[in-house]
Ligand binder design. Structure first.
Ligand SMILES: Nc1ncnc2c1ncn2[C@@H]1O[C@H](COP(=O)(O)OP(=O)(O)OP(=O)(O)O)[C@@H](O)[C@H]1O
Ligand SMILES: [Mg+2]
Length: 502
C-alpha cells in the first residue's frame, strides 16, 4: 500500500524552542496520501509540538513545509485549516457552554441568504458527521453535559467537518471505550480510502501495528528513525523510542496483604451505581475493570466525596466514616487521581513543585511557614520516582507535555501519603518506559502498606498489576476474581455480560 503518489505534506528541518527547552531540533516528516503514519516517542519527545506547528498554532523557529510539493507557511490556525489540515488535539479545545453543533462548526458555520447561521442545516450536517464518527449524540446538547468519551467524538466530528487533506489524531483513543475505538479504526480506514494523509499519535503499540502503514520516531525533539510498519516490530520501535532496553513491563511485587483499611457496603446512587460492596486491605492492589460507562468512575467519585451516595456505608480501619467532601476524604487518608487530569488535576500557571506539594502543606510547613527547600525535596522525590521529564521543577506545569502533566498529578496525591489511593486510568497517555516506572512505584508503595484501587480499561495493566479484580457492569459488581487463574476472556465476558464458561 506504499504509494508512489507524491507526498501530501513534507516538513524539513523544523525546530521549535521554548524558554529553557528545545522541543524540536531539525525534525523532518512526510505524510503520504491514503496512508497512516504513526508518530511515536516518549512523553515530552515533541509530538504535540509538531502537531501544533502543522496546524498553525505554533510558528517554527526554522524549517520548511511543503504542501503537495509547493512551499508554504501556516501563519495562523485558520490558514492551516484553509489548507485542509485538521487535527484532533490531545487536549481537546472545545467550548463547554456551546452546543455540540456549534462546537463542530465553530469558525465555519453554514450560512443562509442574509449571512445568518443556517441552524437546521448545521444540525443536520452535525448529525451526519457524528454518525460518521460513530456517535449517537443530539447536536443540540450542551457540551458540558457530555461525558469525556462523547466530548472526544465531538472533536472527531469537528475534524471531519472540513474538507481535509491531512487528518492529525493526537492520542485519539486515550479517552474512548472499546466499542468506540473499533469505530475510530473503521473511520481511519475510510479516510485512507478517501486518500487523506493521516498522522496518528499513540502510545499503544497494538493499535499502531493495527492501523499504521509507516512510522516516525521522535526522541528528545529529534527524528531518530522512520520506515514501513511491516518492516519493523515492537521491540525495534521501543528501542528507537527510548534509546535503551526497558525492563519488565509489569513489575508487580509480591507483598504481604495486611488488615482491611477500607470496607464499603451497599453503596448506591439513584442513577450511576447500585449495591457496591467490597473490602480493601493494606498492601493490596484492587483492580476495577469494566467498559466505559460501567459506573466505575462515578462510584470512585462518590467514595472520594465529590458526589454523595444515596445509601451505603464505609469503614476506615474498622471505624464507621462519613465522607461528604473531598477534603474530608483526604483528611481520612483517601485520595483520588481522576481520569480527566487536565480539568480536575493540575493547576496550570503554578510551578510543578507547588502543584505536587499543594495537598501536602502540613508535610512541608512548620509553625505555619512553608519551607521551600522541603517543598522542593518532596516534589523531587515523587516526580523522579515517576520518571517526570521536566527542565526544572519551578517551571509552569502548563508547559509540560500531556503525559508529564499526568505524572505531576499522580505525584501530588501520592505525596500526601494516603492510606488508600484511587487511581483512575493511571497510565493513560503515559509512554511505555514511564509506564513501567509508574507501575513500579505503585508496587513499592503497596509494599509499604498503601492500599490501591486501580480503575483501568487496559486488560494487560489490570492483569499485570492487580492482586484481585472487581468487574463492574451497568453500575453493579458483575464479578470478582483473584489474581490466580485470571484470564482476559473472563474479564471481557464479565464486563460485557456474556454468560457461559470462561
Ligand atoms: N508552551 C510551552 N512552553 C514551554 N515548553 C513547552 C511548551 N509546549 C511544550 N513544551 C515542552 O516541549 C517538549 C515537548 O512537548 P510535547 O508536548 O510536544 O511532547 P509530546 O511528545 O507530545 O509528549 P506526550 O506523549 O506527553 O504528549 C516538552 O519538554 C515540553 O515541556
Ligand atoms: Mg503530546
Amino acid at each position: 500500500m506504499t504509494s508512489s503518489l507524491p507526498a501530501t505534506i513534507t516538513l524539513a528541518g523544523i525546530s521549535k524552542s521554548f524558554p529553557g527547552v528545545k522541543a524540536l531540533s531539525g525534525v523532518s516528516l512526510t505524510l503520504h496520501p491514503g496512508e497512516v503514519t504513526a508518530l511515536v516517542g516518549e512523553n515530552g519527545a515533541g509530538k504535540s509540538t509538531l502537531v501544533k506547528v502543522l496546524t498553525g498554532i505554533y510558528q517554527p523557529d526554522e524549517g520548511e513545509i511543503a504542501l503537495e510539493g509547493r512551499p508554504t507557511t501556516f501563519p495562523s490556525a485558520h490558514a492551516a485549516l484553509k489548507a485542509g489540515i485538521t487535527a484532533i488535539h490531545q487536549e481537546t479545545v472545545l467550548f463547554d457552554e456551546l452546543s455540540v453543533a456549534e462546537n463542530i462548526f465553530i469558525g465555519h458555520q453554514p450560512r443562509g441568504p442574509f449571512g445568518l447561521i443556517d441552524w437546521p442545516k448545521m444540525h443536520a450536517l452535525s448529525r451526519d458527521l457524528l454518525e460518521k464518527a460513530g456517535a449517537t449524540i443530539d447536536p443540540r446538547t450542551r457540551l458540558r453535559d457530555l461525558a469525556i468519551a462523547s466530548r472526544h467524538l465531538v472533536a472527531i466530528a469537528r475534524a471531519l467537518s472540513v474538507d481535509a487533506r491531512v487528518v492529525i489524531m493526537d492520542e485519539p483513543t486515550a479517552a474512548l471505550s472499546h466499542k468506540e475505538i473499533g469505530e475510530l479504526y473503521e473511520l481511519v480506514d475510510r479516510l485512507k480510502v478517501a486518500g487523506k494523509a493521516i498522522l496518528f499519535i499513540s502510545h499503544k503499540f497494538d493499535e499502531i501495528f493495527r492501523i499504521a502503514d509507516r512510522y516516525t520516531v521522535f526522541r528528545d525533539g529529534r527524528m531518530v528513525g522512520e520506515g514501513l510498519i511491516r518492516e519493523t516490530d515492537e521491540d525495534r520501535l521501543v528501542r528507537l523510542m527510548v534509546g535503551r532496553e526497558i525492563g519488565q513491563v509489569f513489575p508487580k511485587k509480591t507483598v504481604g496483604i495486611g488488615a482491611p483499611v477500607l470496607t464499603v457496603s451497599g453503596y448506591c446512587h439513584p442513577t450511576e451505581f447500585d449495591q457496591i460492596g467490597f473490602e480493601l486491605r493494606r498492601g493490596e492492589i484492587l483492580g476495577f475493570y469494566g467498559l466505559v460507562g460501567a459506573g466505575r468512575s462515578e462510584f470512585m467519585q462518590a467514595l472520594f466525596g465529590i458526589t454523595r451516595p444515596s445509601k451505603g456505608a464505609i469503614r476506615i480501619d474498622g471505624e464507621v466514616a462519613v465522607i461528604r467532601t473531598p477534603n474530608e476524604a483526604v483528611a481520612k487518608g483517601i485520595v483520588y487521581v481522576p481520569e480527566e487530569r487536565g480539568r480536575q488535576g493540575a493547576v496550570i500557571g503554578m510551578p510543578i513543585f507547588q502543584n505536587v506539594t499543594l495537598p501536602s502543606l502540613e508535610r512541608t510547613s512548620r509553625h505555619g511557614f512553608i519551607r521551600m527547600a522541603e517543598e522542593f525535596r518532596l516534589a523531587r522525590e515523587y516526580t523522579s520516582r515517576l520518571d517526570l521529564r521536566a527542565a526544572a521543577l519551578d517551571q509552569d506545569v502548563g508547559t509540560l507535555s500531556g503525559g508529564n502533566q499526568q505524572k505531576v498529578v499522580i505525584a501530588k496525591w501520592l505525596a500526601t501519603r494516603p492510606k488508600v489511593i484511587i487511581l483512575d486510568e493511571p497510565t493513560k497517555g503515559i509512554d511505555i518506559g514511564s509506564k513501567a516506572a509508574v507501575h513500579e512505584f505503585m508496587s513499592e508503595l503497596a509494599g509499604e502498606g498503601l492500599a490501591v484501587i486501580m480503575v483501568s480499561s487496559e486488560i494487560p495493566e489490570i492483569m499485570g498489576m492487580s492482586d484481585r479484580v472487581i468487574v463492574m457492569r451497568e453500575g453493579r459488581i458483575a464479578a470478582e476474581y483473584p489474581r490466580e487463574g485470571l484470564t482476559a476472556e473472563k474479564l471481557v465476558r464479565a464486563a460485557a455480560g456474556i454468560g457461559g464458561q470462561a
